[in-house]
Ligand binder design. Structure first.
Ligand code: MF3
Ligand code: CO
Length: 248
């Protein structure tokens, strides 16, 4: 069932999204070679607590982190730990938080120090694919329109589109209906209505689209070991477009 949010709910979603955005900014400032992913998690945890928010991921189906941190060939759901970031790494921070019962979800991939041109392109183009998807959003558009736009953009840059994971509705639950796929056909699938809040989140790979899971039962990595990037925003559908709830 797809939830249409009331005005009051949208206000709470906006606040949740804003704190999520600020958490991204704070972590970005702290990214540097030598910092561990656990140290980044501690910073995020403290920030969430100071802002009356809780992590949506800790304990989610047993997930052990306050956020997901995925490095290089890790696509999503990397678990914070002792790993030290190195110059040249790219790191995806996927932050999901709850404020007064309302979740927001946002991911971005950042460079640590100086990264290769290939990695830079991957990050830029994955972000571009997210925005191509977002641009489709308005009442009357379809989920297929979003997926198609993302896929087209990825193909333009010869990037692999991960198909095992997708975006989703977001609200009183972190994952609500509908599924928001990163591929599709225009004018097909569910029709969007004003008041829906959805997380759009392309995961694009420099190589093959194929992925597999590590022994920790969480971390998804690319099958060929090439880098992957992930960008995600929580977006409100409006009558004539959209509002990004996890943006500036
Ligand atoms: N933030 C992830 C998403 O974008 C959710 C991860 S669930 C977890 O949907 F348990 F792995 F954290
Ligand atoms: Co999400």
């Amino acid at each position: 069932m797809v939830n249409i949010k009331t005005k009051e709910e949208i206000e709470l979603m906006k606040h949740s999204g804003h704190i999520n955005y600020l958490c991204h900014k704070l972590l970005e400032k702290n990214l540097r070679p030598g910092i561990t992913t656990k140290e980044l998690e501690d910073i995020a945890k403290k920030f969430m607590e100071e802002n009356d928010c809780t992590s949506s991921t800790i304990g989610y189906e047993g997930y052990p982190g306050y956020l997901c941190i995925s490095v290089n060939d890790e696509v999503v759901h990397g678990i914070p730990g002792k790993r030290k970031l190195k110059n040249g790494d790219i790191v995806s921070l996927d932050i999901s938080i709850k404020y007064k019962g309302y979740h927001s979800d946002s991911a971005a991939t950042y460079a640590v120090g100086t990264v290769s041109e290939k990695k830079k392109g991957l990050m830029e183009h994955t972000k571009e694919a997210l925005y191509e998807g977002i641009k489709q959003v308005k009442e009357g558009a379809t989920l297929g329109d979003i997926g198609h736009a993302i896929e087209q953009c990825a193909h333009k840059y010869h990037l692999g589109v991960v198909r095992e994971l997708c975006g989703h509705g977001v609200g009183t639950e972190l994952h609500e209906d509908p599924n928001v796929f990163n591929y599709g056909k225009p004018h097909t699938g569910m029709v969007l209505k004003a008041g829906m809040t959805i997380a759009i989140e392309p995961m694009l790979n420099l190589g093959t689209r194929e992925v597999c899971m590590l022994d920790d039962d969480w971390t998804i990595v690319t099958l060929d070991g090439k880098p992957s990037a992930h960008f995600e925003h929580t977006v409100l559908v409006t009558k004539d477009g959209y509002e990004i709830l996890t943006g500036e």
